[in-house]
Each structure stands twice: as structure tokens, then as C-alpha cells.
Design a binder for this molecule. Sequence first.
Ligand SMILES: NC(=O)c1ccc[n+]([C@@H]2O[C@H](COP(=O)([O-])OP(=O)(O)OC[C@H]3O[C@@H](n4cnc5c(N)ncnc54)[C@H](O)[C@@H]3O)[C@@H](O)[C@H]2O)c1
Length: 283
Amino acid sequence: MGNLDGKIALITGAGGMKGIGRATALKLAKQGADIVLSDVQRKPENLPPQEVQARWRSIDSVAEEVEALGRRCLKIWCDLTATGQIEAMARQAADHFGHIDILVNNARAIIGRDRVPITELSEEVWRHFLEINTTAVFLVTKFVGQIMVRQGRGGRIINIASDASKRAKPMTAAYTSSKFAVLGLTQAAALDLAPHRITVNAVCPGTVNTDRLNYWEQAQARAQGVAPEAFRAQVIANSAKATPLGRVAESEDVANLVAFLASDEANFITAQAYNVNGGVLSH
Ligand SMILES: NC(=O)c1ccc[n+]([C@@H]2O[C@H](COP(=O)([O-])OP(=O)(O)OC[C@H]3O[C@@H](n4cnc5c(N)ncnc54)[C@H](O)[C@@H]3O)[C@@H](O)[C@H]2O)c1
């Protein structure tokens, strides 16, 4: 028996083989929740090479793992740039399980084309990042929030933000702006939903050992003429060296905090943004 028995959790961007979404799905399932997994169907060229090699099948693969833990699982393919699909996802999840108790806004735009100085950043890339990292968080919160309010049984909304929500790095204007906005959205939504006992919090990871690094890494490795694996190992080693706790986060480190915020123990915590970064940033 877990402390999330009987709860239904919806997680966006949940299909990554090493992603925070998958780790969160498995953690919440182990604590007793049934899971709604959502992701977009990506073209092979947009997938991390490890996923292609491992014949990873996004939320289809994660669903098998959730079901192996004895929990029920619903898969919903949803492109978060399409408002109609977001509204349909919320409705389908609630119709299938009868209620939604936990929402984890985890999806984000694929890193890569945004890694340029602001003078070279295209308006299209800027808009794409804002659309997925910020506007979609608003829309999923709005439609799932409407369902939670109607249900009258409280709820938990957890937004996966970033250390980039609190401090910029060079060549991240689109990502940083989109993630700063998530903290404002978290606070505002928390105030609107507090009368309904729905808490809204953000989790801000530093560098996590996911495949996320690869989109950007591949281009860098190509430019420097080194193997992507070697380049990746160097990125991780450098981040670990710059981290007081001496390593980068694993997705499970982030999932552990999400599980706490989703639990009854966190019922007086709302409108907050917590770091999971090994001590790199303290505000
Ligand atoms: N990995 C890190 O180092 C790191 C650091 C700080 C914050 N984060 C945050 O953690 C969260 C998860 O990141 P991750 O590293 O696990 O990445 P990930 O790439 O595994 O997850 C992102 C997911 O978003 C999905 N997605 C992309 N476009 C979409 C669309 N149009 N519609 C629906 N889904 C779409 C992708 O398919 C993918 O599954 C993100 O919000 C990210 O900003 C990650």
C-alpha cells in the first residue's frame, strides 16, 4: 500500500527513456497512483539516438513498466501545440478514470535550435519554446484545473521548471524566458486554485542526466569532431565538478520531490519553487 493509493496522475512529456517524466510515472505508480501518460509522437530524427538503438517506444514502453508495477495506465498521444488536443486529453483522462488528482507539467520543447545568441535567435524558435514550455503549461493547468475544481476533491499541480527559471546562462534566451514564466504561472495559478484545495508548485532541477543533453550535444560534438558519447561524458563530468554534492541529478532525484509534493504530507505547501540541484543555486 502506498500513500497515493486511489489517486490518478497525469504526466505530460512522459515518453523519454531517461526522462524525468518516466521516472515520475514509475515513482508515483510505486506509491500507488494509477497513471495517465502523455507525449507527442515524434519523428525518428527528433529522438535521442539511444532511444532509437534500444527500440524504445515512448509512452508505450513506459506504460508496460507502469502496468508491471500493478497499476492501471492510460496512454494519450497529445501535441501540446494544439489547444484542442490538450482539452481532449484532459477530458479523456477524467472520463477514463473518473477523476484526476495529480498533474505533472513536464514536457518541454526540444533543446538545440535555441542555443544561439539572442541576435541570432529566430522568432519561430522563440515562439515554439514559449508555446510548449509556457503556454501549454497554462492550457493543461486550465483544462485539468477545471476538472479538479468540478470534482471538489482538491488536487496537486506540479510544474517541472528549471534552474533556468531563476538564473540565465548564455545562449538560452528562449528557454530561460519560457522557464521564468513558469514560476509566475505557478504562483498565480496557486492563488486562484487555493480556495479549491488545489496546490500548485514548481520543481527546479539543475543539470539532470537525461537524454536532453543530447540534442544540443550532437551538434556540438559534430562541430568539434568528437564522438557524441565522449562529448556527453565531458559535459556530465564538468557539471558534476561544478556541483557541491559532486554529481549531476538523476531523473529519480527529481521524481522523489514530485512524489512528496503530490502526497498528503505536502497539503499546506503551495506557490513554491523548489530546487533539485546538488547545491549549485540557493534561491
Ligand atoms: N534534463 C535536464 O537537465 C533538465 C534540467 C532542468 C529542467 N529540466 C526540465 O525537466 C522536464 C523534463 O525534461 P527531460 O530532460 O526529462 O526531457 P525529455 O526530452 O525526456 O522530456 C521532454 C518531453 O517533452 C515532449 N514534447 C516535446 N514537444 C512536445 C509537444 N509538442 N507536445 C507534447 N510533448 C512534447 C518530448 O517528446 C519529451 O518526451 C522539462 O520541463 C525540462 O525543461 C530538465
